[in-house]
Design a protein around this ligand. Sequence first.
Ligand code: ADP
Ligand code: SF4
Ligand code: MG
Length: 344
Amino acid sequence: MTGIPSSVADESTPAGDGRAADAKLVVDAVTVEYHTRKGTVHAVSDVSLDVPRGSTLALVGESGCGKSSLGRAMLQLPRPTSGRVIVDETDLCGLSGAALKHARKMIQMVFQDPISSLNPRRTVRDIVAEGLEIQGVGSGRAEIRQRVDAALEAVGLDPAHAGDRRPSEFSGGQCQRIALARALVLEPEVLVCDEPVSALDVSVQAQILNLLEDMKERYRLTMVFISHDLSVVHNIADQVAVMYLGQVCEVADTEALYGAPAHPYTMLLISSAPTLGGTLADSLGEAPIAATSSELPSPLNPPSGCRFRTRCPRATEICATERPQLIDIAPGHKVACHHPLEEN
Ligand SMILES: Nc1ncnc2c1ncn2[C@@H]1O[C@H](COP(=O)(O)OP(=O)(O)O)[C@@H](O)[C@H]1O
Ligand code: SF4
Ligand SMILES: [Mg+2]
């Protein structure tokens, strides 16, 4: 493992206080709130995560649980309400102006809807070049063009064929390749992918997932992969964090999360994932959990104590009064539940 030397990874580092010493990306107590006419939307509440260098963390949970808000907060788009986002030694939340602009090169994002995320009026080359121009990377047009064409080739597009066309001439999968080239041309160290395949046909999803894996190796990326679907992230993630109503309820290495889920909500997600429900949940021995109510409470007014308690079949009195803390139940396996599921 390419850990930070121990002299650096002591309690004096931003990632100190017992966090993983080889973390490339540290999300520390991040909260995102939106102030609306109806009140404050608690989109992300006090989330902490470590993503080790070169690994992929999947962020999973149903629509509205705050995944995109957290992903965007990592890039300071916009800056979170509170908390820290540390890439290497740099707390991005503490930067502004030119320093933030410069640091943004390190962390890039690919969005869910490939077509609307690309400017329809610009050519593919211009779209991919935009970040380089904003960052002032490259010494002149020839170098920018060379970098853009290399990024297009890397994602499997022929620059001579694709470079002067506009996004509307491409399929969803090809547009996602263009979006990926736009992110990679800056040679970022961290890539946040927000549901990058959710809008694509199933047949194209696998191609884009394979491409992401290839790019991860080639560019030595550390990745955050957001998805509402646990079955999509199974093969791509090293670690999975499950979110519910703005909080992380369980985080574990992928095998442990699927093989021995400890949080009732994780179990519910596994049993309801179309391609996992029949196989994984059965093999776990625990009977698949049925939610007591399928309605997601409003993040304007989240339940007291454990936010999952209004849907949890295991809820007791303490679940309404005390917020369960995210605690270690095994190495690398954390769960926030007063009555976690037992491993069989
Ligand atoms: N700009 C915004 N203003 C107000 N509320 C927002 C805004 N963006 C997201 N939300 C709300 O915040 C919550 C989390 O949204 P989001 O982060 O998009 O979740 P997810 O990506 O998991 O679907 C939702 O209730 C959503 O309606
Ligand atoms: S803390 Fe209570 S309500 Fe929350 S998931 Fe655990 S058992 Fe269910
Ligand atoms: Mg989203």
